[in-house]
Write a protein that binds this ligand. Structure first.
Ligand code: 6LW
Length: 501
Protein backbone atom coordinates (compact mmCIF):
# COMPACT_ATOMS: atom_id res chain seq x y z
CA UNK A 1 0.00 0.00 0.00
CA UNK A 2 1.62 3.19 -1.07
CA UNK A 3 -0.37 6.16 0.15
CA UNK A 4 -2.34 5.71 3.35
CA UNK A 5 -3.60 9.28 3.29
CA UNK A 6 -6.55 8.98 0.93
CA UNK A 7 -9.07 7.69 3.45
CA UNK A 8 -12.47 6.98 1.99
CA UNK A 9 -11.42 7.01 -1.68
CA UNK A 10 -13.19 4.67 -4.04
CA UNK A 11 -11.85 2.85 -7.04
CA UNK A 12 -13.75 1.27 -9.90
CA UNK A 13 -14.13 -2.46 -10.23
CA UNK A 14 -13.23 -4.39 -12.32
CA UNK A 15 -9.58 -3.66 -11.66
CA UNK A 16 -8.59 -5.47 -14.88
CA UNK A 17 -11.53 -5.06 -17.28
CA UNK A 18 -12.19 -7.24 -20.30
CA UNK A 19 -11.54 -10.92 -20.89
CA UNK A 20 -9.16 -11.56 -17.97
CA UNK A 21 -10.55 -14.60 -16.13
CA UNK A 22 -9.23 -16.94 -13.44
CA UNK A 23 -6.93 -14.37 -11.81
CA UNK A 24 -4.08 -15.63 -9.66
CA UNK A 25 -2.01 -13.15 -7.67
CA UNK A 26 1.17 -13.09 -5.59
CA UNK A 27 3.26 -10.45 -3.87
CA UNK A 28 7.05 -10.05 -3.82
CA UNK A 29 8.03 -7.21 -1.49
CA UNK A 30 5.99 -4.18 -2.53
CA UNK A 31 5.11 -5.58 -5.95
CA UNK A 32 2.05 -7.57 -6.89
CA UNK A 33 1.85 -9.76 -9.97
CA UNK A 34 -1.25 -11.28 -11.51
CA UNK A 35 -1.91 -13.76 -14.32
CA UNK A 36 -5.05 -14.89 -16.18
CA UNK A 37 -6.23 -17.67 -18.50
CA UNK A 38 -5.78 -17.13 -22.25
CA UNK A 39 -7.39 -20.17 -24.01
CA UNK A 40 -6.84 -20.21 -27.81
CA UNK A 41 -4.81 -16.99 -27.95
CA UNK A 42 -1.05 -16.58 -28.46
CA UNK A 43 0.98 -15.36 -26.67
CA UNK A 44 -0.59 -16.92 -23.60
CA UNK A 45 -1.12 -15.92 -19.97
CA UNK A 46 -1.06 -12.12 -19.67
CA UNK A 47 1.11 -10.97 -16.76
CA UNK A 48 0.23 -7.79 -14.85
CA UNK A 49 2.10 -5.72 -12.27
CA UNK A 50 0.72 -3.42 -9.60
CA UNK A 51 1.91 -1.57 -6.53
CA UNK A 52 -1.58 -1.15 -5.04
CA UNK A 53 -3.77 -4.03 -6.33
CA UNK A 54 -5.95 -1.47 -8.13
CA UNK A 55 -3.85 -0.04 -10.95
CA UNK A 56 -2.50 -2.90 -13.07
CA UNK A 57 -0.12 -2.69 -16.04
CA UNK A 58 0.43 -5.56 -18.42
CA UNK A 59 4.17 -6.29 -18.41
CA UNK A 60 4.18 -9.27 -20.73
CA UNK A 61 2.75 -12.66 -21.52
CA UNK A 62 4.31 -15.63 -19.75
CA UNK A 63 4.04 -18.05 -22.69
CA UNK A 64 5.43 -16.26 -25.73
CA UNK A 65 7.34 -19.05 -27.51
CA UNK A 66 6.13 -22.15 -29.27
CA UNK A 67 8.41 -24.25 -27.01
CA UNK A 68 6.15 -23.14 -24.14
CA UNK A 69 2.79 -23.03 -25.83
CA UNK A 70 1.50 -25.40 -28.46
CA UNK A 71 -2.09 -24.72 -29.51
CA UNK A 72 -2.95 -27.24 -32.25
CA UNK A 73 -4.59 -25.81 -35.34
CA UNK A 74 -7.65 -28.05 -34.93
CA UNK A 75 -8.33 -27.05 -31.34
CA UNK A 76 -11.60 -25.33 -30.60
CA UNK A 77 -12.02 -21.88 -29.12
CA UNK A 78 -12.16 -21.79 -25.30
CA UNK A 79 -9.78 -24.78 -25.12
CA UNK A 80 -6.00 -24.32 -24.66
CA UNK A 81 -4.73 -22.49 -21.60
CA UNK A 82 -6.83 -22.75 -18.42
CA UNK A 83 -6.47 -21.28 -14.96
CA UNK A 84 -2.83 -20.59 -13.99
CA UNK A 85 -1.54 -20.23 -10.43
CA UNK A 86 1.28 -17.74 -9.79
CA UNK A 87 3.44 -17.96 -6.67
CA UNK A 88 6.66 -16.39 -5.36
CA UNK A 89 8.82 -18.87 -3.49
CA UNK A 90 12.58 -19.21 -2.91
CA UNK A 91 13.34 -15.95 -4.76
CA UNK A 92 11.63 -17.25 -7.89
CA UNK A 93 8.26 -16.96 -9.55
CA UNK A 94 6.42 -20.19 -10.23
CA UNK A 95 3.59 -20.58 -12.69
CA UNK A 96 1.57 -23.76 -13.03
CA UNK A 97 -1.12 -24.14 -15.66
CA UNK A 98 -3.05 -26.60 -17.83
CA UNK A 99 -2.98 -26.72 -21.63
CA UNK A 100 -6.15 -28.78 -22.13
CA UNK A 101 -5.46 -29.02 -25.88
CA UNK A 102 -1.93 -30.37 -25.72
CA UNK A 103 0.38 -31.29 -22.87
CA UNK A 104 -1.87 -31.05 -19.79
CA UNK A 105 -0.30 -29.60 -16.64
CA UNK A 106 2.97 -27.69 -16.95
CA UNK A 107 5.15 -25.61 -14.66
CA UNK A 108 7.32 -22.59 -15.55
CA UNK A 109 9.73 -20.43 -13.55
CA UNK A 110 11.13 -16.92 -13.92
CA UNK A 111 13.24 -14.51 -11.90
CA UNK A 112 11.35 -11.59 -13.46
CA UNK A 113 7.61 -12.09 -14.06
CA UNK A 114 7.91 -9.89 -17.17
CA UNK A 115 9.93 -12.77 -18.61
CA UNK A 116 11.61 -14.67 -19.93
CA UNK A 117 9.82 -17.66 -18.45
CA UNK A 118 11.46 -21.08 -18.62
CA UNK A 119 10.51 -23.86 -20.97
CA UNK A 120 7.87 -26.11 -19.40
CA UNK A 121 8.42 -28.79 -16.80
CA UNK A 122 5.68 -31.27 -17.67
CA UNK A 123 3.58 -32.90 -14.98
CA UNK A 124 2.18 -36.11 -16.50
CA UNK A 125 1.30 -37.46 -13.04
CA UNK A 126 -0.89 -34.47 -12.18
CA UNK A 127 -4.46 -35.02 -13.39
CA UNK A 128 -7.17 -32.49 -14.17
CA UNK A 129 -7.29 -28.72 -14.38
CA UNK A 130 -6.73 -25.66 -12.17
CA UNK A 131 -3.43 -26.74 -10.57
CA UNK A 132 -2.23 -24.90 -7.46
CA UNK A 133 1.24 -24.86 -5.87
CA UNK A 134 2.01 -24.62 -2.15
CA UNK A 135 5.13 -25.41 -0.13
CA UNK A 136 5.11 -26.49 3.49
CA UNK A 137 7.76 -25.66 6.10
CA UNK A 138 10.02 -28.57 5.19
CA UNK A 139 9.99 -27.59 1.51
CA UNK A 140 7.53 -30.25 0.33
CA UNK A 141 5.60 -29.01 -2.71
CA UNK A 142 1.89 -29.80 -2.88
CA UNK A 143 -0.03 -29.58 -6.11
CA UNK A 144 -3.80 -29.36 -5.68
CA UNK A 145 -6.22 -29.60 -8.61
CA UNK A 146 -9.95 -29.23 -9.35
CA UNK A 147 -12.08 -31.94 -7.85
CA UNK A 148 -10.46 -31.33 -5.31
CA UNK A 149 -7.43 -33.61 -5.04
CA UNK A 150 -3.73 -33.31 -4.33
CA UNK A 151 -0.38 -34.85 -5.22
CA UNK A 152 3.10 -34.23 -3.85
CA UNK A 153 5.47 -33.14 -6.63
CA UNK A 154 9.05 -32.19 -7.35
CA UNK A 155 8.51 -28.84 -9.08
CA UNK A 156 12.00 -28.98 -10.61
CA UNK A 157 11.49 -32.27 -12.45
CA UNK A 158 7.71 -32.72 -12.59
CA UNK A 159 7.95 -36.04 -10.75
CA UNK A 160 4.93 -36.98 -8.62
CA UNK A 161 5.32 -38.88 -5.36
CA UNK A 162 1.78 -39.98 -4.65
CA UNK A 163 -1.51 -40.94 -6.24
CA UNK A 164 -4.05 -38.09 -6.27
CA UNK A 165 -5.53 -37.85 -2.80
CA UNK A 166 -9.04 -36.44 -2.43
CA UNK A 167 -9.12 -33.42 -0.10
CA UNK A 168 -12.52 -31.75 0.06
CA UNK A 169 -15.20 -31.34 -2.59
CA UNK A 170 -16.90 -28.26 -1.21
CA UNK A 171 -20.59 -27.88 -0.39
CA UNK A 172 -22.31 -31.27 -0.73
CA UNK A 173 -24.15 -31.43 -4.06
CA UNK A 174 -22.58 -28.24 -5.43
CA UNK A 175 -21.47 -28.26 -9.06
CA UNK A 176 -17.80 -28.14 -10.09
CA UNK A 177 -15.52 -27.80 -7.06
CA UNK A 178 -12.52 -26.21 -8.78
CA UNK A 179 -9.87 -23.49 -8.74
CA UNK A 180 -8.27 -24.64 -5.46
CA UNK A 181 -5.67 -22.48 -3.75
CA UNK A 182 -3.93 -23.61 -0.58
CA UNK A 183 -2.37 -21.18 1.93
CA UNK A 184 -0.66 -21.40 5.29
CA UNK A 185 -2.17 -18.59 7.40
CA UNK A 186 -1.55 -18.51 11.13
CA UNK A 187 -1.87 -21.99 12.56
CA UNK A 188 -4.03 -23.35 9.72
CA UNK A 189 -3.85 -24.44 6.11
CA UNK A 190 -6.74 -22.87 4.22
CA UNK A 191 -8.18 -24.46 1.08
CA UNK A 192 -10.04 -21.89 -1.01
CA UNK A 193 -12.16 -23.23 -3.90
CA UNK A 194 -14.73 -22.10 -6.45
CA UNK A 195 -17.99 -24.01 -6.80
CA UNK A 196 -21.38 -23.80 -8.49
CA UNK A 197 -19.95 -23.57 -12.05
CA UNK A 198 -18.54 -20.48 -13.70
CA UNK A 199 -21.99 -19.17 -14.67
CA UNK A 200 -24.61 -17.42 -12.49
CA UNK A 201 -24.27 -20.03 -9.72
CA UNK A 202 -20.58 -19.35 -9.18
CA UNK A 203 -19.24 -18.87 -5.66
CA UNK A 204 -16.22 -19.19 -3.38
CA UNK A 205 -15.97 -21.51 -0.36
CA UNK A 206 -13.20 -22.31 2.07
CA UNK A 207 -12.12 -24.99 4.50
CA UNK A 208 -9.22 -25.23 6.94
CA UNK A 209 -7.03 -27.93 8.41
CA UNK A 210 -3.88 -28.37 10.43
CA UNK A 211 -1.86 -29.91 7.58
CA UNK A 212 -1.72 -29.16 3.83
CA UNK A 213 -3.40 -32.51 3.14
CA UNK A 214 -6.23 -32.02 5.60
CA UNK A 215 -8.51 -33.20 7.05
CA UNK A 216 -10.37 -29.99 6.22
CA UNK A 217 -13.22 -28.44 8.18
CA UNK A 218 -15.56 -26.30 6.01
CA UNK A 219 -16.24 -22.70 6.99
CA UNK A 220 -19.72 -22.49 8.57
CA UNK A 221 -20.40 -19.34 6.52
CA UNK A 222 -19.79 -20.97 3.10
CA UNK A 223 -20.06 -19.75 0.43
CA UNK A 224 -17.95 -16.85 1.61
CA UNK A 225 -18.72 -15.07 -1.67
CA UNK A 226 -21.47 -15.47 -4.23
CA UNK A 227 -23.81 -13.14 -6.11
CA UNK A 228 -26.13 -15.94 -7.27
CA UNK A 229 -29.81 -15.05 -7.14
CA UNK A 230 -29.15 -11.37 -6.46
CA UNK A 231 -29.79 -8.27 -8.59
CA UNK A 232 -26.14 -7.21 -8.23
CA UNK A 233 -24.63 -5.73 -11.39
CA UNK A 234 -21.59 -7.98 -11.08
CA UNK A 235 -22.49 -11.67 -11.46
CA UNK A 236 -20.78 -15.11 -11.76
CA UNK A 237 -18.38 -14.12 -8.96
CA UNK A 238 -15.88 -16.87 -8.15
CA UNK A 239 -12.50 -18.37 -9.03
CA UNK A 240 -10.65 -16.34 -6.41
CA UNK A 241 -7.14 -16.00 -4.97
CA UNK A 242 -5.99 -14.31 -1.75
CA UNK A 243 -3.06 -12.01 -1.10
CA UNK A 244 -1.77 -10.13 1.92
CA UNK A 245 -0.55 -6.54 1.61
CA UNK A 246 2.62 -5.35 3.37
CA UNK A 247 0.40 -3.52 5.90
CA UNK A 248 -1.14 -6.84 6.96
CA UNK A 249 -4.51 -6.32 5.20
CA UNK A 250 -5.94 -9.14 3.06
CA UNK A 251 -7.48 -8.92 -0.39
CA UNK A 252 -9.21 -11.23 -2.82
CA UNK A 253 -8.94 -11.16 -6.60
CA UNK A 254 -11.72 -12.99 -8.39
CA UNK A 255 -13.55 -13.23 -11.66
CA UNK A 256 -16.97 -11.77 -12.34
CA UNK A 257 -19.08 -10.63 -15.28
CA UNK A 258 -21.22 -7.60 -16.06
CA UNK A 259 -24.42 -8.75 -17.77
CA UNK A 260 -26.49 -6.05 -19.49
CA UNK A 261 -29.79 -5.77 -21.36
CA UNK A 262 -33.06 -7.68 -20.86
CA UNK A 263 -33.57 -11.29 -19.77
CA UNK A 264 -31.39 -13.29 -19.36
CA UNK A 265 -28.71 -10.57 -19.32
CA UNK A 266 -25.80 -10.85 -21.73
CA UNK A 267 -22.16 -10.36 -20.85
CA UNK A 268 -19.86 -9.53 -23.71
CA UNK A 269 -16.46 -8.78 -22.20
CA UNK A 270 -15.93 -12.30 -20.88
CA UNK A 271 -15.01 -12.85 -17.27
CA UNK A 272 -13.12 -9.89 -15.79
CA UNK A 273 -10.83 -9.47 -12.75
CA UNK A 274 -12.31 -7.84 -9.64
CA UNK A 275 -10.91 -6.98 -6.22
CA UNK A 276 -12.57 -7.27 -2.81
CA UNK A 277 -11.32 -6.53 0.71
CA UNK A 278 -11.08 -9.43 3.17
CA UNK A 279 -11.22 -9.37 6.97
CA UNK A 280 -10.51 -12.28 9.29
CA UNK A 281 -13.14 -13.06 11.92
CA UNK A 282 -12.74 -16.05 14.26
CA UNK A 283 -10.14 -17.56 11.96
CA UNK A 284 -12.27 -17.32 8.80
CA UNK A 285 -12.08 -14.81 5.93
CA UNK A 286 -15.05 -12.49 5.47
CA UNK A 287 -15.23 -10.94 2.00
CA UNK A 288 -16.19 -7.27 1.89
CA UNK A 289 -18.50 -5.56 -0.50
CA UNK A 290 -17.73 -6.13 -4.14
CA UNK A 291 -19.26 -3.15 -5.82
CA UNK A 292 -18.54 -1.30 -9.04
CA UNK A 293 -17.21 1.45 -6.78
CA UNK A 294 -14.87 -0.44 -4.48
CA UNK A 295 -14.41 1.36 -1.17
CA UNK A 296 -10.78 1.30 -0.19
CA UNK A 297 -9.25 3.01 2.75
CA UNK A 298 -5.86 3.67 1.35
CA UNK A 299 -5.47 4.21 -2.34
CA UNK A 300 -5.36 7.00 -4.87
CA UNK A 301 -8.23 7.09 -7.32
CA UNK A 302 -7.96 4.90 -10.34
CA UNK A 303 -7.23 7.16 -13.33
CA UNK A 304 -10.21 5.57 -15.05
CA UNK A 305 -10.68 4.13 -18.50
CA UNK A 306 -10.74 7.40 -20.40
CA UNK A 307 -7.68 7.76 -22.59
CA UNK A 308 -7.66 6.69 -26.23
CA UNK A 309 -4.82 4.32 -27.05
CA UNK A 310 -3.12 4.38 -30.44
CA UNK A 311 -0.84 1.62 -31.67
CA UNK A 312 1.32 2.93 -34.48
CA UNK A 313 3.11 -0.35 -35.17
CA UNK A 314 6.39 1.58 -35.20
CA UNK A 315 8.26 -1.04 -33.14
CA UNK A 316 9.41 -4.43 -34.32
CA UNK A 317 7.68 -6.09 -31.35
CA UNK A 318 3.96 -5.74 -30.81
CA UNK A 319 2.74 -4.47 -27.43
CA UNK A 320 1.87 -7.43 -25.16
CA UNK A 321 -1.81 -6.53 -25.42
CA UNK A 322 -1.92 -7.90 -28.99
CA UNK A 323 -2.97 -11.53 -29.33
CA UNK A 324 -3.38 -13.89 -32.26
CA UNK A 325 -5.19 -17.15 -32.79
CA UNK A 326 -3.28 -20.31 -31.83
CA UNK A 327 0.14 -19.01 -32.84
CA UNK A 328 1.89 -15.81 -33.84
CA UNK A 329 2.64 -16.61 -37.46
CA UNK A 330 5.75 -14.41 -37.74
CA UNK A 331 5.92 -14.97 -41.48
CA UNK A 332 2.30 -13.90 -41.91
CA UNK A 333 2.31 -11.00 -39.45
CA UNK A 334 5.05 -8.38 -39.40
CA UNK A 335 5.67 -4.72 -38.60
CA UNK A 336 8.77 -4.59 -40.79
CA UNK A 337 7.43 -4.83 -44.36
CA UNK A 338 6.86 -1.94 -44.72
CA UNK A 339 8.21 -0.62 -41.46
CA UNK A 340 5.63 1.12 -39.27
CA UNK A 341 2.69 -0.86 -40.65
CA UNK A 342 1.24 -4.10 -39.40
CA UNK A 343 1.18 -6.35 -42.43
CA UNK A 344 -1.00 -9.46 -42.41
CA UNK A 345 -0.84 -12.14 -45.10
CA UNK A 346 -3.97 -14.24 -45.39
CA UNK A 347 -3.97 -17.94 -44.55
CA UNK A 348 -7.58 -18.80 -43.73
CA UNK A 349 -10.13 -17.02 -45.89
CA UNK A 350 -12.39 -15.66 -43.14
CA UNK A 351 -12.81 -15.44 -39.40
CA UNK A 352 -14.81 -18.68 -39.65
CA UNK A 353 -11.51 -20.48 -40.28
CA UNK A 354 -9.23 -21.74 -37.50
CA UNK A 355 -6.14 -20.52 -39.30
CA UNK A 356 -7.30 -16.98 -40.11
CA UNK A 357 -4.55 -14.39 -39.56
CA UNK A 358 -6.08 -12.15 -36.89
CA UNK A 359 -4.31 -9.81 -34.45
CA UNK A 360 -6.53 -8.27 -31.79
CA UNK A 361 -6.84 -6.82 -28.33
CA UNK A 362 -9.45 -7.44 -25.69
CA UNK A 363 -12.52 -5.19 -25.64
CA UNK A 364 -12.15 -3.75 -22.15
CA UNK A 365 -15.01 -1.29 -21.86
CA UNK A 366 -18.78 -1.61 -22.21
CA UNK A 367 -18.70 1.38 -24.55
CA UNK A 368 -15.75 2.01 -26.82
CA UNK A 369 -14.63 2.84 -30.32
CA UNK A 370 -11.98 1.14 -32.45
CA UNK A 371 -10.64 2.44 -35.74
CA UNK A 372 -7.85 1.36 -38.04
CA UNK A 373 -6.31 2.66 -41.25
CA UNK A 374 -6.10 -0.22 -43.70
CA UNK A 375 -4.47 -0.42 -47.08
CA UNK A 376 -5.91 -3.63 -48.48
CA UNK A 377 -3.22 -3.63 -51.20
CA UNK A 378 -3.84 -6.64 -53.43
CA UNK A 379 -6.12 -8.40 -50.99
CA UNK A 380 -9.00 -8.04 -48.55
CA UNK A 381 -8.84 -7.44 -44.85
CA UNK A 382 -10.62 -5.63 -42.12
CA UNK A 383 -11.64 -4.87 -38.58
CA UNK A 384 -13.43 -7.56 -36.58
CA UNK A 385 -15.11 -8.04 -33.24
CA UNK A 386 -14.62 -11.70 -32.38
CA UNK A 387 -15.94 -14.05 -29.75
CA UNK A 388 -15.12 -17.30 -31.55
CA UNK A 389 -15.17 -18.83 -35.05
CA UNK A 390 -18.97 -18.89 -35.09
CA UNK A 391 -19.63 -15.52 -33.48
CA UNK A 392 -18.04 -12.44 -35.01
CA UNK A 393 -18.91 -9.23 -36.86
CA UNK A 394 -16.49 -7.53 -39.21
CA UNK A 395 -16.07 -4.74 -41.74
CA UNK A 396 -13.87 -5.68 -44.65
CA UNK A 397 -12.17 -3.60 -47.32
CA UNK A 398 -10.75 -4.66 -50.69
CA UNK A 399 -11.59 -5.31 -54.33
CA UNK A 400 -13.23 -1.90 -54.67
CA UNK A 401 -15.76 -2.26 -51.88
CA UNK A 402 -16.28 -2.16 -48.16
CA UNK A 403 -18.57 -4.81 -46.67
CA UNK A 404 -20.01 -5.67 -43.27
CA UNK A 405 -20.39 -9.38 -42.46
CA UNK A 406 -22.05 -11.10 -39.51
CA UNK A 407 -21.51 -14.68 -38.42
CA UNK A 408 -23.95 -15.94 -35.78
CA UNK A 409 -23.86 -19.68 -35.13
CA UNK A 410 -24.33 -21.47 -38.43
CA UNK A 411 -25.59 -18.34 -40.20
CA UNK A 412 -23.27 -16.06 -42.16
CA UNK A 413 -24.59 -12.94 -43.83
CA UNK A 414 -23.32 -10.03 -45.86
CA UNK A 415 -25.12 -7.20 -44.08
CA UNK A 416 -24.18 -4.15 -46.14
CA UNK A 417 -21.75 -3.16 -48.89
CA UNK A 418 -20.57 0.03 -50.64
CA UNK A 419 -18.00 0.93 -53.28
CA UNK A 420 -14.63 1.53 -51.65
CA UNK A 421 -13.01 4.98 -51.70
CA UNK A 422 -9.65 5.00 -53.48
CA UNK A 423 -6.57 3.72 -51.58
CA UNK A 424 -6.27 3.32 -47.85
CA UNK A 425 -9.41 3.70 -45.77
CA UNK A 426 -10.27 4.10 -42.08
CA UNK A 427 -12.60 1.35 -40.85
CA UNK A 428 -14.36 1.72 -37.52
CA UNK A 429 -16.68 0.16 -34.98
CA UNK A 430 -18.45 1.97 -32.18
CA UNK A 431 -19.89 -0.08 -29.33
CA UNK A 432 -22.52 1.60 -27.19
CA UNK A 433 -25.53 0.78 -25.04
CA UNK A 434 -28.60 0.10 -27.21
CA UNK A 435 -31.33 2.74 -27.56
CA UNK A 436 -33.77 0.45 -25.73
CA UNK A 437 -32.22 -1.04 -22.58
CA UNK A 438 -34.72 -3.93 -22.61
CA UNK A 439 -33.09 -5.34 -25.73
CA UNK A 440 -29.52 -6.58 -26.15
CA UNK A 441 -26.53 -5.57 -24.06
CA UNK A 442 -25.11 -3.19 -26.66
CA UNK A 443 -25.16 -2.15 -30.30
CA UNK A 444 -22.18 -2.33 -32.67
CA UNK A 445 -22.04 0.30 -35.43
CA UNK A 446 -19.66 -0.48 -38.29
CA UNK A 447 -18.59 2.09 -40.85
CA UNK A 448 -15.78 3.83 -42.70
CA UNK A 449 -14.36 7.29 -43.21
CA UNK A 450 -15.27 9.04 -46.46
CA UNK A 451 -12.54 10.94 -48.34
CA UNK A 452 -13.90 14.22 -46.86
CA UNK A 453 -13.38 12.87 -43.31
CA UNK A 454 -17.05 12.22 -42.46
CA UNK A 455 -17.85 8.83 -41.01
CA UNK A 456 -20.48 6.71 -42.74
CA UNK A 457 -22.21 3.99 -40.71
CA UNK A 458 -22.97 0.95 -42.83
CA UNK A 459 -24.65 -1.32 -40.29
CA UNK A 460 -25.76 -1.41 -36.64
CA UNK A 461 -25.80 -4.91 -35.15
CA UNK A 462 -27.23 -6.28 -31.90
CA UNK A 463 -24.43 -7.19 -29.49
CA UNK A 464 -26.22 -10.11 -27.83
CA UNK A 465 -25.00 -12.48 -30.56
CA UNK A 466 -21.41 -11.76 -29.51
CA UNK A 467 -22.09 -12.58 -25.85
CA UNK A 468 -21.17 -15.60 -23.77
CA UNK A 469 -24.84 -16.32 -23.07
CA UNK A 470 -25.33 -16.89 -26.83
CA UNK A 471 -21.94 -18.24 -27.93
CA UNK A 472 -21.01 -20.22 -24.81
CA UNK A 473 -17.36 -20.71 -23.89
CA UNK A 474 -14.93 -19.07 -21.50
CA UNK A 475 -13.62 -16.05 -23.42
CA UNK A 476 -14.74 -12.50 -24.18
CA UNK A 477 -14.71 -10.17 -27.14
CA UNK A 478 -11.45 -9.40 -28.92
CA UNK A 479 -11.31 -6.53 -31.44
CA UNK A 480 -8.68 -6.59 -34.13
CA UNK A 481 -7.39 -6.72 -37.66
CA UNK A 482 -7.37 -9.63 -40.07
CA UNK A 483 -6.44 -10.55 -43.61
CA UNK A 484 -8.98 -12.49 -45.69
CA UNK A 485 -7.13 -12.76 -49.01
CA UNK A 486 -3.71 -11.58 -50.18
CA UNK A 487 -1.92 -8.98 -48.06
CA UNK A 488 -3.44 -6.22 -45.93
CA UNK A 489 -1.43 -3.41 -44.31
CA UNK A 490 -2.58 -1.50 -41.21
CA UNK A 491 -0.93 1.83 -40.38
CA UNK A 492 -2.43 2.32 -36.92
CA UNK A 493 -5.16 1.07 -34.61
CA UNK A 494 -7.04 3.30 -32.13
CA UNK A 495 -8.99 1.99 -29.16
CA UNK A 496 -10.96 4.54 -27.21
CA UNK A 497 -13.15 3.97 -24.15
CA UNK A 498 -16.39 5.96 -24.33
CA UNK A 499 -18.56 7.23 -21.50
CA UNK A 500 -21.63 5.11 -20.81
CA UNK A 501 -24.46 5.06 -18.32
C1 6LW B 1 -11.36 -22.89 -15.21
C2 6LW B 1 -12.27 -23.13 -14.09
C3 6LW B 1 -13.20 -22.06 -14.34
O1 6LW B 1 -10.43 -23.86 -15.42
O2 6LW B 1 -13.39 -21.98 -15.69
O3 6LW B 1 -14.26 -20.23 -13.44
C4 6LW B 1 -12.38 -22.75 -16.30
N1 6LW B 1 -13.58 -21.27 -13.43
O4 6LW B 1 -11.70 -23.03 -12.85
C5 6LW B 1 -11.86 -22.05 -17.50
O5 6LW B 1 -11.60 -20.71 -17.19
Amino acid sequence: MSDQSQQGATVPNPVIPGFHPDPSVCRAGDDYYLVCSSFEYFPGIPVFHSRDLVNWTQIGNALDRTSQLHLPRGMSSSAGIYAPTLRHHDDRFWLIVTNVSDSGNMLFTATDPAGPWSDPVRLPGVPGIDPDLAWDEDGTCWCTVAGVSQVRIDPHTGETFSEPHSLWSGTPGALAPEAPHLYRIGGYWYLLIAEGGTERGHGVSIARGRTPSGPFEPCPANPILTHRGTPRPIQNTGHADLVQAPDGSWWMVLLGVRPRGGTPGWHVLGRETFLAPVEWVDGWPVVGDLSPELPTPAWPLHPGPTAPVRDDFDHAELHPRWISLRERPERLCTTKEPSGWLTLRAAGASLDDNDVVFVGRRQQHLACRARTLIDPADGRGGLAVRLDEEHHYEIEAGAGEVTVYARIGSLRAEVASRPLPEGAVVLGVEIAPPRDARTGPDALSFGFEEPDGTFTTLAVLDGRHLSTEVAGGFTGRVIGMYAATGTAHFDWFDYEPLPHS
